[in-house]
Ligand binder design. Structure first.
Ligand code: MN
Length: 159
């Protein structure tokens, strides 16, 4: 009788444990899916918060195009900057913002494609609650790649 009771208790504990294990294997709803390796942390000189860059295609004289991926942690964003030859952003996961100077902030989500015109001052980054996986294409690199400017203030970011 005592053995049977113990067996029931032990099997109940085992079932409870296996349920718990299954639950922890489920992806959290706010998890960001990465396609590429994380890469290197961006300099605090050019980014607020943690942003990681992974280069995919280096620019050369044949292609004059730079391609890479940036993962922005929630709240992270670039400084204001311009691209002399423009830039194209392709969002592969998460939620973020793109803002051109003098315009309102625009939300970017998975599947969005944004064109930043040459020499237009702008910034991009993650939303406060969800990170952003952003591929970037910088064409016309013979004109230059990026001109970094001042950080985006919390006031502007939260506007
Ligand atoms: Mn840019």
């Amino acid at each position: 009788m005592r053995t049977a009771k113990s067996a029931i208790i032990i099997s109940t504990i085992l079932i409870a444990m296996s349920c718990k294990e299954q639950n922890s294997e489920q992806a959290p709803t706010n998890e960001i899916q990465a396609i590429f390796p994380l890469g290197q942390k961006g300099s605090a000189e050019y980014f607020t918060g943690n942003a990681y860059n992974y280069g995919l295609v280096p620019a050369d004289s044949t292609f004059t195009t730079l391609v890479g991926n940036v993962y922005f942690e929630p709240g992270a964003r670039s400084n204001w900057h311009t691209h002399p030859g423009g830039q194209i952003l392709i969002i592969t996961d998460g939620v973020g913002y793109y803002q051109e100077e003098g315009k309102s902030k625009q939300i970017m989500r998975k599947g969005d494609v944004v064109k930043c015109p040459p020499e237009v001052k702008h910034w991009h980054g993650a939303s406060p609650d969800k990170g952003l996986q952003q591929m970037y294409i910088v064409p016309n690199t013979e004109k230059g790649i990026v001109n970094w400017m001042e950080p985006v203030t919390d006031e502007t970011y939260n506007m």
